[in-house]
Design a protein. Sequence first.
Length: 83
Amino acid sequence: MGRVISTIIVGLIVGILARWFYPGVVPMNWIASIVLGIVGSLIGGAIPRVFSKSRAMTPFQPAGLIGSVLGAMLVIFIVRHLN
């Protein structure tokens, strides 16, 4: 249960940061921000693993947070251009 709560909290933080850094207004409610943050974290964590030889899981690193925010911003970009 603790991992679920921490995933939701990190997803919310990442989603809010991505919306804040993305140029223009990104209207979303709290739940959409959490989903955006979680999906952005999955994308932001998967991209470096594709190019890395080491596939081991590592503890929290600031670069992971930056990658998660960039992944969430990529999701916003893709969704806006599909509409």
